[in-house]
Ligand binder design. Structure first.
Ligand code: ZN
Length: 507
């Protein structure tokens, strides 16, 4: 008799929702990532893929470990933005469920989600999707999900899955390992292992700037979890510590610990409790100072220093920022700063105009000529079109490595001593390719400014050591100063916004 090929459904609806950002529409998803059927598996097996890398890694790891039959359903996602349109979300769930039903008997389902999605009419769409999948396949099918470490966990998500595996790095550079880990865990489940997971969520919503993992309290906590996982390798199969994404503004916000044990739920609960208690006892470490715009301008003006990189932290498209606030750009232009690379400013009108004018043209560049918002104001300056690009580039370093990027018509504009990169698709500047596609050399810049809050650290590490990095306090939808936001659903009290918040370990 031929070996039964394990049949594994593949799906995902990927969004990190900032509740204060505009609604993420079906068009946003279809423009960024919307893959179904055989195309998903074909893409997953490419060396440079349009797919999130955990999905590609999962498929390749399954390929490498035995016979199986992928059952690709729907994988869609868009860059961090506001809540997903309710109708479109329901259509995605219906498509995935219909695909599961039509697929016939399955052995497993792999879900590649982000985990911090909000819908216009649902505070926990990740949970809704996972519960619908579990309902469709029943209790005997292995359901494993990978999530971004900024996910907001709910009991619904944990209850509907056999295992949830979170990224361990921020900047996120371990998607391949996590996709492989999901595949290995699924193989172990096929061999008879029945995991049990336990989640504890704390009333702790740290500022995003304190959730880096190379150093600091969050990295130490993740390392501790990994050490404990190794020490109990016979019993514990995964420890994930989710930092949460504050701007989702949901009832399920808060740093959470998910432990997956090999069948013994009590062991999972015990270790989750131990790690959560450790996090809570160290809560005062989750604070961090930022650099004011005035201080940043003064640093930019200094000649007697090594090159520096500024994070335009309040306007990170990777956290739902518009990618087009002008506070930092205007302040540097006003101060006539020299040797500055500024990228990347999201402005389709300006990108199209520069392409119409051609390289070498001089013109009055108007940023944000349409759609003024609270944070994205009009800004004008005399500019020269230095260079143009169609925006089709492959990521090179950090989170976009081996990801095909579609940035739309792009331009490098020279405004006095500032070279400003304009892009036509909203993306965070986490990779040097945003500058290099114009022939610019990062090593030639005196000051680099990026619309990215944290992921640029991986992409620009070859040029900037941690002490050459400044997080600039700019106003915007992703400001790490959480007290500036009008929260509606975030559980209160919550630390550090409410310094007297109490938490007692369960049991
Ligand atoms: Zn993230």
């Amino acid at each position: 008799m031929p070996e039964h090929k394990k049949r594994v459904a593949l799906c995902g609806v990927i969004l990190e929702s900032n509740a204060f950002s505009p609604i993420a529409t079906e068009a946003d998803f279809r423009e960024a990532l919307y893959v179904t059927g055989a195309e998903m598996v074909r893409e997953a097996r490419q060396p440079v893929s349009i797919l999130p890398r955990e999905m590609a890694a999962f498929v390749q790891a399954m390929d490498a470990t035995g016979a199986w039959q992928p059952v690709p359903l729907l994988l869609t996602g868009c860059p961090p933005w506001g809540p997903i349109e309710g109708d479109f979300f329901r259509a995605c769930v219906a498509d995935i469920v219909a695909g599961l039903v039509a697929a016939g008997p399955l052995d497993g389902v792999y879900i590649a989600n982000h985990g911090a999605m909000v819908a216009t009419d649902n505070g926990d769409p990740d949970g809704t999707l996972m519960a619908a999948i579990r309902d469709a396949v029943g209790g005997d099918v292995a359901v494993i999900a990978t999530l971004d470490l900024h996910a907001n966990l709910s009991q619904t998500m944990v209850g509907a899955t056999d295992a949830i595996i979170g990224y361990q790095t921020n900047p996120h550079v371990d998607q391949v390992q996590r996709g492989e880990e999901a595949a290995m865990l699924m193989r172990r489940m096929f061999a008879g292992m029945a995991p049990a997971q336990h989640m504890i969520r704390l009333p702790l919503v740290p500022p995003s700037t304190t959730l880096l993992t190379a150093a600091g309290p969050y990295g130490e906590l993740i390392d501790y979890g990994q050490r404990r996982e190794r020490e109990e390798a016979g019993e514990i199969v995964n420890v994930s510590v989710f930092g949460n994404f504050a701007f989702s503004d949901t009832a399920k916000n808060g740093l959470s610990v998910v432990v997956t044990a090999r069948g013994d739920a009590a062991k999972a609960a015990l270790l989750a409790n131990e790690i959560a208690t450790r996090a809570w006892n160290n809560r005062t470490a989750f604070t961090r100072d930022m650099t004011s715009i005035e201080a940043a301008v003064a640093i930019a003006a200094r000649d007697d220093r090594a090159p520096v990189i500024f994070s335009d932290a309040g306007d990170n498209p990777g956290g739902g920022g518009e990618g087009r606030t002008t506070w930092l750009l205007a302040a540097l232009a006003q101060a006539d700063a020299k040797g500055v690379y500024f990228g990347a400013f999201f402005d389709k009108d300006l990108g199209a105009e520069a392409h119409g004018l051609g390289e070498g043209a001089e013109f009055q560049a108007v940023f944000n000529r349409t759609g003024d918002t609270e944070f994205s104001k009009r800004f004008e300056a005399r500019a020269t079109v230095l260079k143009l690009h169609d925006g089709n580039v492959a990521g090179r370093l950090g989170i976009y490595k081996n990801r095909q990027l579609k940035l739309g018509p792009c331009a490098a504009l020279q405004i006095g001593g500032i070279t400003v990169i304009v892009i036509s698709a909203r993306n965070q500047t986490a990779d040097p390719v945003f500058f290099e596609m114009f022939g610019l050399d990062i090593a030639q810049a005196h000051t680099v400014c990026v619309k990215s809050r944290g992921h640029f650290r991986a992409g620009f590490a070859p040029w900037f050591a941690p002490e050459q990095v400044y997080e600039v306090d700019t106003a915007g939808l992703t400001s790490p100063i959480l007290s500036r936001f009008n929260w509606k659903n975030l559980p209160r009290p919550v630390y550090p916004m409410d310094p007297d918040t109490k938490w007692d370990p369960p049991g």
